[in-house]
Write a protein that binds this ligand. Structure first.
Ligand code: UTP
Length: 473
């Protein structure tokens, strides 16, 4: 049913947003339909409520309420050795029984990278130039083969990335995956508002809408039928990751197994922070509940606080890798009741000047955008778990075009990991020179998903020579 202009206009007017129709009389039929479809997606009451808060909203924490969280170490000792072995077995059994699914959030706009296509199609393989999506797809395919299982993959897109992402997969024949095992689903949107709380127009007939944050994945899972699909397939663990991290292993038996053994509802991977003030989310216990505190919200004294033995109190950085119990997501989103906090960002948003009808490109932040973050679901869970992993094994995101967290650093970390796996498999590799890998080596996920598999699958590999450029298929 197309939206009715009179009703939509009245609804906008009720919330002082009638200016969205300022150019109505100049629009053709198609443009009018587009505008109405945008307006229909706006939750005006919510926008009004959020606009009433300040330009930015900062959470405040009472240091007395904050404690170090329990984190399972990356390298187990004592009784943990056996517990990890049991967990690994459980994880393998769950994989073999097809009780695991993978999910990537790929709805972001990727503004910092400045790449004119969905970020997942960005070439990142250091030798092969395979894209992020191809590496994930091959990782999932290799896991399906390794465990003889189904491992469905759910890809969250947004309006900005949906069509291009689907086309990209079709053109590349799903990188060898069964198309029926890959499901795309779209997240919701929120409008941008100016400092007076007025919703901006991106064009005369389009509202300035943007994706509602990775936390929007939880409602999207429910609303787009993914939870039903997971239930039908008997999936008990949903492996969540971000599109920008080429080091991810979505089917990690240890993480899956610990999550299952502990009956955790939402589990997380942590890495040791590089320094006190590193710009990552911090795992902490707040009033007894596990949560992630954004670096910008963490009082400096807490960021620098030490345990009696001199180690950092809040040492676990969040890398946006989680394991979710579908039933937990179902319970959270049942009846549309999910209330994650909204994070408000003050940003530059291009828009139409209402008096002139001309496009404006602001040179300083002029608008507020609203987003939900996935980690805000952690304190809503009764049972949680944090597992530390070595950063070099699991995390090197592609965020910026150059410098830290860029394609260059991600490729270097892929090469370093490949060289480490080779060395662990008994292959001679050249030592780093001036802190840089001395050869460029890439290992296809289809050949090995970890050092153990490389060892097992390795017909004798020759020593890697300094300066070599090598693809191990
Ligand atoms: P980022 O916070 O890095 O945002 O997203 P981004 O949009 O990719 O990049 P910038 O900030 O514009 O440069 C982290 C992960 O969350 C996903 C992204 O696709 C990425 O995998 N994401 C983010 C969504 O799926 N939806 C959103 O609304 C926001």
């Amino acid at each position: 049913m197309p939206a009715d202009p009179t009703t939509m206009r009245a609804r906008a007017a009720e919330f002082d947003q009638e200016h969205l129709f300022a150019f109505w009389n100049e629009l053709d039929e198609g443009q009018r339909s587009a505008l109405l479809a945008d307006v229909e997606r706006i939750d005006f009451g919510l926008v009004q409520k959020l606009s009433a808060t300040g330009v930015t909203e900062q959470a405040t924490y009472d240091p007395k309420q904050i404690e170090a969280p329990e984190v399972l170490p990356a390298d187990p000792t004592g009784a943990l050795v056996e517990r990890y072995a049991t967990a690994r077995e459980r994880g393998v059994a769950m994989l073999r029984a097809s009780k695991v699914a993978a999910m990537v959030v790929a709805g972001g706009q990727g503004t910092r990278l400045g790449y004119d296509a969905p970020k997942g199609s960005f070439p990142i393989g250091p030798v092969s130039n395979k894209s992020l999506f191809q590496l994930f797809a091959e990782n999932i395919r290799a896991s399906q083969q390794r465990y003889g299982c189904r491992l469905p993959w759910y890809i969250m897109t947004s309006e900005a990335t949906d069509a291009d992402t689907r086309t990209y997969f079709e053109e590349n024949k799903y990188f060898g995956l069964e198309p029926g095992e890959v499901t795309f689903f779209q997240q919701g949107v929120m409008p941008a508002v100016d400092d007076a709380g007025r919703i901006l127009l991106a064009e005369r007939h389009r509202v300035a809408l943007s994706p509602n944050g990775h936390g929007g994945s939880l409602t999207a899972l429910a609303e787009r039928g993914v939870l039903d699909d997971l239930a039908m397939r008997g999936v008990e663990a949903l492996s969540y990751f971000q599109v920008d991290n080429p080091l991810i292993a979505p089917a990690d038996p240890l993480f899956i197994g610990l999550h299952a053994l502990e009956q955790s509802q939402m589990s997380s991977i942590a890495v040791v922070k590089v320094d006190d003030l590193e710009k990552v989310g911090n795992f902490a216990k707040v009033g007894g509940k596990l949560q992630v505190i954004e670096y910008s919200d963490l009082p400096e004294e807490l960021a620098r606080a030490k345990n009696p033995d001199g180690t950092r109190m809040l040492n676990g950085g969040s890398v946006a890798i989680h394991m979710l119990a579908p039933q937990f997501v179902r319970a959270l989103t049942g009846g549309g009741a999910l209330q994650l906090p909204w994070h408000i960002a003050h940003k530059k948003v291009a828009h139409i000047d209402l008096s002139t009808g001309k496009a404006v490109q602001p040179d300083k932040p002029n608008a507020r955008k609203f987003e939900m973050f996935i980690f805000d679901a952690i304190p809503l869970a009764e049972r949680t778990l944090v597992l530390e992993q070595h950063r070099r094994d699991c995390f090197s995101p592609v965020k910026n075009a150059t410098g830290v967290d860029s394609p260059e650093t991600a490729r270097r970390d892929l090469v370093r990991r490949a060289l480490r796996w080779l060395a662990e498999s008994g292959v001679k590799v050249p030592p780093e020179q001036d802190g840089e890998p001395a050869a460029t080596v890439e290992i296809s996920p289809l050949r090995a998903l970890d050092a153990e598999q490389l060892r097992a699958n390795a017909p004798k590999l020759d020593a890697v020579q300094p300066g070599a450029r090598l693809m191990i298929e």
